[in-house]
Design a protein around this ligand. Structure first.
Ligand SMILES: NC(=O)c1ccc[n+]([C@@H]2O[C@H](COP(=O)([O-])OP(=O)(O)OC[C@H]3O[C@@H](n4cnc5c(N)ncnc54)[C@H](O)[C@@H]3O)[C@@H](O)[C@H]2O)c1
Length: 308
């Protein structure tokens, strides 16, 4: 295996969930083109009755046709033990796991009063339990090797909010918390965990939300946002030279930006009452000076400073 600028992932092994279509397919193809051997996971099986549906097998064939190495693993990442099974297949085929891209996702949109526990569990299951499953199974291999790259897939819908998607928003902020926690857990190691909030034209984005508005949104914006463009940022976050960890990036259509969590300078008066909170609301919410804590300790420092 020769590591070159074109093939910086030569000798590395990447697992991409939900890679039979959409963004996952693009990530898998991009990482393979960078030299990684790729485990293409998807729920869909080749016998899917819809002939338009792409599968993990089809993506493996695309990667092999381009000279890359890949295997398909069918599994729902939401199921307990799925991560162990996928990683065992990766170890069997390629003897290591360096990169995990937690991408698999589903939507069950609709107002909260029309959604039930099974919708909620389905969404949390794929995004949150799915990211846990794959990352947890790959984690010991990364710790043993002293190298790892994990990407979780968040969403602007979850970070900033949108109507009729409470389960999705919960899941998408859940994986951000997971990424930030795991980044802290591996501070000082060459194991990075980051989140992306992508925008791209895929089956999911074409069908999301209000059907009448979706046509406009897709026509005006999403058509100019190919999935493969998002994969370039995933590629850099998985690159051995990239030392970024615990961060969130908004990516789509050629635009890449960092999403940061900010806090106002705030207001301080020990022993205050709710009347004081009401009367000082302007100072509490004053955005003239926004602070960017990047770790719990930064947040604690703000309280220590205020307490004097
Ligand atoms: N497309 C966008 O604009 C956009 C925006 C924000 C976030 N996202 C996120 O990006 C990720 C990819 O979405 P996409 O737009 O490519 O959607 P998509 O529907 O085109 O692809 C999702 C893939 O995940 C697979 N999948 C679903 N459940 C699975 C499971 N339990 N186990 C394994 N595979 C499973 C599907 O079969 C499908 O191939 C998702 O996490 C989604 O929430 C997408």
């Amino acid at each position: 295996m020769t590591i070159t600028d074109e093939q910086p992932l030569a000798g590395r092994v990447a697992v991409v969930s939900g890679a039979g279509a959409g963004l996952g397919r693009a990530h898998a193809r991009t990482l393979a083109a960078m030299g990684a051997s790729v485990v293409v996971n998807d729920l869909r099986v080749p016998s899917d009755p819809d002939p338009a549906v792409t599968t993990a097998e089809a993506v493996v064939a695309e990667i092999e046709a381009a000279g890359g190495r890949a295997i398909a693993v069918h599994a729902s990442v939401a199921e307990e033990g799925a991560g162990e099974r996928i990683v065992a297949e990766a170890m069997g085929a390629f003897s290591r796991v360096d990169i995990v891209v937690n991408n698999a996702g589903i939507l069950r949109d609709g107002p909260l009063r029309k959604r039930d526990r099974s919708d909620w569990e389905a969404v949390i299951g794929v995004h949150v339990h799915g990211a846990y499953e794959l990352t947890r199974a790959a984690w010991p291999h990364m710790l043993d090797a002293g190298f790892g790259r994990v990407v979780v897939t968040s969403s602007a819908a979850g970070i900033y909010g949108t109507a009729n998607n409470a389960s999705y928003g919960t899941a998408k902020m859940g994986v951000v918390g997971m990424a930030r926690m795991l980044a802290s857990e591996t501070a000082g190691l060459d194991i990075n965990v980051n989140a992306i909030a992508p925008l791209a034209l895929t089956a999911m984005s074409s069908s999301a939300g209000d059907r009448d508005r979706a046509a406009d949104v897709v026509g005006d914006l999403f058509r100019r946002m190919p999935a493969a463009q998002v994969s370039q940022t995933v590629a850099w976050l998985c690159h051995p030279d990239c030392d970024v960890t615990g961060r969130i990036f908004a990516v789509g259509g050629g635009r890449v930006a960092e999403v940061v969590v900010t806090e106002t300078r705030g207001w301080m008066r020990p022993g205050h009452t709710w009347h004081d909170v009401r009367d000082n609301w302007g100072r509490i919410t004053d955005r003239d000076e926004l602070l960017v804590p990047v770790h719990l300790s930064d947040e604690l420092k703000l309280f220590m400073e205020a307490l004097g």
